[in-house]
Design a protein around this ligand. Structure first.
Ligand code: SF4
Length: 701
C-alpha cells in the first residue's frame, strides 16, 4: 500500500467488480489514485479482496479511449484485428458532435428502414441511472424491447425461477444473514474466488459452529470449511436436489405448517419426488446415497438455513430447473422469511441487480413489470411523455446474435458489454458483429467488441462518475467520481442523453439525480429511497419508511404472488445438450479466477492482478493428465465442435477426473470459442457449464 498517509484527498465509493458491493475509500494525490482502503459498508465492514484492493490502476492505463473515433472508409475488413496501441489504422479521431451525429444517423437510418431493427446491449458495470436510460432509449427511440445485458449470461435462469415461484427476482435475505443461520448450502459457486468478501462471512459462520453443505462438481477451497462436500457430476444437479427433497418427504422432515400457510402445488411436488430416491439417483449425480440423506437431514432439521448459489446452477439448459429445485427445498423446510433463512443467488457484476431492476431486459420494464401489460406500458409512456412501444418481448443476448445472422437486425448500440468475448460459441457472435451495417460501441477500452465498431464513444470508468448501484444484497449505494475521465471521455449517462437527443427524443437530464427521481415514479422498490439518503448511507430495498435502512429479510408474511403463496414447480432430469463421446471425451466447465474479472478488459490491465495471473490456463485432475500422457505446465489444445484453443494446463485435484476447468478472461485463448450456445428455454441462458471437449498435447509446443 506504500505510505498510507501519502494522499491529499479521499473519496468514498463502491468497488467496481463483483456483486458483493464493498465500500471503498480512494486515496488520491495529484489527481491520481494512490491506494484504497475498505470502509464500513453494510456488505463488507472494512474488508476488501485482492481485486478491490489492487485492481484499480486499469483506470490510468495508456490504452484508455480518450477521443471519439469513427471507422475509416479505407479501414481493413471488420474483424478482431485492431492493435489497441495503434487504432488509427482502422479509425480516425472525431469531435463529439461528429461522432454522436454519425452514431445517431446510422441507427436512425436503420430505424426508418422497416424491419431492419436495432438492438442494444447495456452494461451491468454502469449505474442504475445509466441502465435505466439505456433501456428507455431502446424502447422510446426504437419502439421495441430488443435490449438486454449480461444478466442473460449469468443469473437469468435464477431470476426466471424466482419470478415464477416466489414472485420476485432478487434475494430474499442478505448474505450477512448467514450469521443467524445454523446451516447453509452453497451450490454451484466458488465464493472464495468470485465473492471473496462474502466468503469471509461464510468462514466466520463455520467458525462459530454453522454447518456448511458445499455442492459443486469442483471440490474448491470452501471444501475445507464444509461439513458435507457433495461433489456431483456436471449436469447432475437436478437429480441430486430431487433426491435430497425425496429424503425430506419420505422421512417427514418437511414443515407442514409453513407449506399450508405460504405455498401452493405441494401435492404435485410430493408426488413428483417419489421417483427420486437417493439410491436411484446416486449413479446419475455421482453422490453417495448416504451422503445425500445426511445432507437432507442436516438442512431440513436446522432451525435456520440459507441457500446460496452461483452460475454453476444457472448456466445450464436446465438452469431454471436447478433454481426451481433450490426454491422448493427452501419452501418445503420453511427456510424463508426469518432471520438466518433465505434464498440468495450471489449476483456477479457490481450492478447486475440494479441493471436488471432498472429494466435493461427484453421482457421487463423497471421493477420487473411486464412489457406485455398494457397498463404498465402506458404508465411508462406517460412519464416518458411519448407514444407506445411494442408489447412483444424483445430478443435476448444470444437470440440477437442469431437475428443478425438471419438479417433481422442490422444495427446495434453496445454500451460496456463485450459479446466478442462473453458470448457462447463466440466465433458465431464475432461473425454477427462483423455483419452489422452500423455498430456503435461505448466503452473505456478498445474491447474485442469495439474492434467491429463503426463509431466508438469513449466513456468513463466507474471511479470517474456519479451514480447509484445495487449489490447482491439489494443494497443501493452511491458511486462517486474519484478522478476525472481521461482526455475527452465522458460519463455514460451524458453520452446516452446526447445520442437520444439526436434520435429526436425529448431528453433534458443534466445530472444523474434527475434520472433517479424519474425512476422512482414507476419503481415501487425505490419507495422511501432518495438521492439525499444515498448520499449519506446505503439503503436496502424495500425500505418501509424514510427512516428505515431497509429490509434485510423479506417474505416473512407471504409472497408477492396470487394469495401471497409461493409455488412448488417440480423439475425433471434432462441431460446436458452435448454429451461427451469418444471424439470429445471430457467435460468442459468454464468459470472465473480470483484475480481476473470476466472478459479481462479491466483486470488484465491492472498491474498487480495481471502479474499474478498473466497467462491463459486450464486445470485438470492429475490422473486425467497422466492418462493422456500430459504433465502440468504442458501446452495443450482444447477442441470442441465449435473451435479450438491452445493454452497451458495445470494439475488440480479439485477438478474431477474427466473434467476440464477453463477460465474465460483470456482473449489469446478465448474460452467461449469452445462453449455451446444451447439455451435454457425459460431464462435463455447458454450452457456455459457443460460442453464435450477433446484434450491433446499441442503439436507446436
Ligand atoms: Fe470488490 Fe467483490 Fe472483492 Fe468486494 S469482494 S472488493 S466488491 S471484487
Amino acid at each position: 500500500e506504500g505510505d498510507t498517509k501519502d494522499f491529499d484527498r479521499e473519496v468514498k465509493s463502491v468497488c467496481p467488480y463483483c456483486g458483493v458491493g464493498c465500500q471503498i475509500s480512494f486515496k488520491v494525490k495529484d489527481d491520481k489514485i494512490k491506494y484504497v482502503e475498505g470502509i464500513d459498508g453494510p456488505a463488507n465492514q472494512n474488508r476488501l479482496c485482492v481485486k478491490g484492493r489492487f485492481g484499480f490502476d486499469y483506470i490510468a492505463h495508456p490504452h484508455r479511449l480518450t477521443k471519439p473515433l469513427i471507422r475509416r472508409e479505407d479501414a481493413p475488413a471488420k474483424g478482431l484485428n485492431v492493435d489497441p496501441g495503434n487504432l488509427m489504422t482502422h479509425f480516425r479521431e472525431a469531435t463529439w458532435d461528429e461522432a454522436l451525429d454519425a452514431a445517431a444517423n446510422g441507427l436512425d437510418r436503420l430505424r426508418r428502414d422497416t424491419g431492419k431493427r436495432v438492438a442494444g446491449f447495456g452494461s451491468a458495470k454502469c449505474s442504475n441511472e445509466e441502465a435505466y436510460l439505456f433501456q428507455k432509449l431502446i424502447r422510446q427511440g426504437f419502439g421495441h424491447n430488443n435490449v438486454d445485458h449480461c444478466t442473460r449470461l449469468c443469473h437469468a435462469s435464477s431470476v426466471a425461477a424466482l419470478m415464477e415461484n416466489v414472485g420476485s427476482g432478487a434475494v430474499t435475505a442478505t448474505f450477512n444473514e448467514i450469521e443467524n443461520a445454523d446451516v447453509a448450502i452453497v451450490i454451484g459457486c466458488n465464493p472464495l474466488e468470485n465473492h471473496p468478501v462474502a466468503a469471509t462471512y461464510f468462514k466466520q459462520f463455520v467458525k462459530r459452529g454453522g454447518k456448511l453443505i458445499v455442492m459443486d462438481p469442483r471440490s474448491h477451497g470452501l471444501k475445507r470449511f464444509a461439513s458435507h462436500m457433495l461433489q456431483f457430476k456436471p449436469g447432475g444437479d437436478v437429480s441430486m436436489l430431487n433426491a435430497i427433497m425425496n429424503v425430506i418427504v419420505e422421512e417427514g422432515l418437511y414443515d407442514q405448517q409453513y407449506i399450508e400457510a405460504y405455498t401452493e402445488n405441494w401435492p404435485a411436488m410430493k408426488e413428483h419426488l417419489k421417483d427420486y430416491p437417493p439410491e436411484k439417483m446416486e449413479e446419475i449425480c455421482g453422490v453417495d446415497a448416504e451422503l445425500l440423506r445426511d445432507a437432507a437431514r442436516t438442512f431440513a432439521t436446522a432451525k435456520a438455513g440459507m441457500i446460496f448459489w452461483g452460475m454453476g446452477v444457472s448456466q445450464h439448459i436446465h438452469g431454471t430447473d436447478n433454481s426451481r429445485c433450490l426454491i422448493s427445498l427452501a419452501l418445503m423446510t420453511g427456510q424463508v422469511g426469518r432471520p438466518g433463512t433465505g434464498l440468495h443467488p450471489l449476483r456477479g457484476q457490481n450492478n447486475v441487480q440494479g441493471a436488471s431492476d432498472a429494466g435493461m431486459i427484453p421482457m421487463f420494464l423497471p421493477d420487473y413489470q411486464s412489457v406485455m401489460d398494457d397498463g404498465v406500458r402506458s404508465a411508462f409512456t406517460e412519464v416518458w411523455e411519448s407514444g407506445d412501444f411494442s408489447s412483444e418481448k424483445g430478443l435476448t443476448v444470444v437470440e440477437i446474435m442469431d437475428a443478425i445472422h438471419a438479417g433481422d437486425i442490422r444495427g446495434m448500440y453496445i454500451l460496456g458489454e463485450n459479446p466478442a468475448m462473453s458470448d457462447p460459441d463466440v466465433d458465431h457472435a464475432r461473425d454477427a458483429l462483423a455483419m452489422l451495417e452500423h455498430l456503435v460501441v461505448q466503452d473505456i477500452f478498445l474491447t474485442e467488441t469495439a474492434n467491429y465498431a463503426d463509431v466508438i464513444l469513449p466513456s468513463s470508468a466507474f471511479a470517474e462518475k456519479t451514480g447509484t448501484v445495487t449489490n447482491t444484497n439489494r443494497q443501493v449505494q452511491m458511486g462517486r467520481p474519484v478522478v476525472a475521465p481521461p482526455g475527452e471521455a465522458k460519463e455514460d449517462w451524458w453520452i446516452e442523453v446526447e445520442l437520444a437527443k439526436r434520435l429526436g427524443l425529448n431528453w433534458s437530464y443534466t445530472h444523474p439525480r434527475e434520472i433517479f427521481d424519474e425512476m422512482k415514479k414507476n419503481m415501487a422498490s425505490l419507495d422511501n429511497i432518495t438521492w439525499e439518503r444515498l448520499e449519506n448511507a446505503a439503503v436496502t430495498y424495500p425500505s418501509l419508511s424514510p427512516e428505515d435502512p431497509g429490509q434485510a429479510i423479506v417474505f416473512g408474511d407471504g409472497f408477492p404472488r396470487p394469495e401471497g403463496r409461493a409455488r412448488f414447480t417440480p423439475a425433471a432430469v434432462i441431460p446436458p445438450d452435448e454429451l461427451p463421446d469418444p471424439e470429445y471425451p471430457f467435460v468442459l466447465i468454464t468459470g472465473r479466477q480470483l484475480e481476473h474479472w470476466h472478459t479481462g478488459s479491466m483486470t488484465r490491465r491492472a498491474t498487480v492482478l495481471d502479474a499474478v495471473e498473466p497467462e491463459a490456463n486450464c486445470s485438470m485432475h492429475p490422473h486425467s493428465l497422466r492418462d493422456l500422457g500430459l504433465a502440468a505446465g504442458d501446452i495443450v489444445r482444447l477442441t470442441t465442435r465449435r473451435g479450438s484453443i491452445r493454452l497451458l494446463v495445470r494439475a488440480d485435484r479439485a477438478v474431477a477426473k474427466g473434467n476440464v476447468f477453463l477460465p474465460f478472461a483470456y482473449v489469446e485463448a478465448a474460452a467461449n470459442i469452445l462453449t455451446n450456445a444451447a439455451l435454457d428455454p425459460y431464462g435463455k441462458i447458454p450452457e456455459f457449464k457443460f460442453a464435450a471437449v477433446k484434450v491433446e498435447k499441442d503439436q507446436d509446443a
